[in-house]
Design a protein around this ligand. Structure first.
Ligand code: PGA
Length: 241
């Protein structure tokens, strides 16, 4: 694990976007893994800037997102599909058929999970995956559990996650209770990972994930066993290391 500490979110975001631009230049038809939430917004803004400056060309890139809420249509304003379209895909030249998120409206959720995992394999696996981390150390929606999960699966969200995500909804009761998420195995099979963490509220979990024991109760800790993880922290997130 290589850990970089940046003075602010702006420089952190530019560095994260630089990793993705470099990946696209190395392999124009690469497979990227993307995340939602507040953390990746700066990275996406910086990537859009690199696209506008002619540095990042998304025309042959394929992408898979980590997760999607169950029961949420693509057009719902809180769907992760819509988040990605608005915050990245519509602002760069990626063809519509080249990006995929789990379908939270699938009738057969288990078949959707198996199909999603197969699609990642068929694409040749993920070359570079962007990750944030939850306040409870979840990565994707892999919540603290008794054991590490493998492939894409249906997850029951924890109270901590529902509480953290209710800021996007009118009330906590509107936050979906389930999501489809890549598993810890899907994440660990990515060839390279960029883990971005910012803000003082994440300082404790950053320390636990990066310097505490590797345990399923702290899902982010498993990344320490991955051979190619770049961690990008701002000074606030790094303050307890
Ligand atoms: P956040 O979410 O970026 O909105 O803090 C991160 C996560 O829950 O993985």
């Amino acid at each position: 694990m290589t850990i970089h500490i940046y003075k602010d979110v702006d420089t952190q975001s530019q560095a994260a976007a630089g990793l993705f631009a470099a990946q696209i230049l190395q392999k124009p038809d690469c497979v990227l893994g993307f995340a939602t939430g507040s953390t990746p917004l700066g990275t996406y803004a910086a990537l859009i800037d690199l696209y506008k400056r002619g540095i990042a060309d998304f025309s042959t890139v394929r992408t898979f997102n980590l997760d999607e809420y169950v029961g949420m249509s693509r057009t719902h304003e809180q769907s992760y599909y819509r988040f990605m379209v608005e915050n990245l895909f519509d602002q760069v030249n990626i063809p519509k058929d080249n990006y995929r998120l789990p379908d939270g409206m699938a009738k057969d959720l288990n078949a959707e999970c198996a199909g999603y995992e197969r699609a990642i394999d068929d694409a040749g696996g993920i070359d570079l995956l962007l990750l944030g981390i939850g306040l409870n150390s979840h990565i994707g929606f892999n919540e603290p559990e008794a054991r590490f999960s493998d492939g894409t699966h249906v997850v029951d969200l924890t109270e901590s996650t529902i509480e953290a995500n209710k800021r996007f909804f009118a009330t906590a009761s509107e936050v979906p209770r389930q999501a489809i998420s890549m598993g810890i195995g899907s994440i660990m099979r990515a060839r390279a990972i960029a883990l971005v963490i910012n803000g003082a509220a994440k300082a404790d979990i950053t320390k636990q994930a990066l310097q505490g024991p590797v345990v399923p109760d702290v899902p982010g800790s498993i990344l320490r066993f991955h051979p190619n993880v770049t961690v990008l922290l701002d000074e606030a997130a790094a303050s307890k290391l």
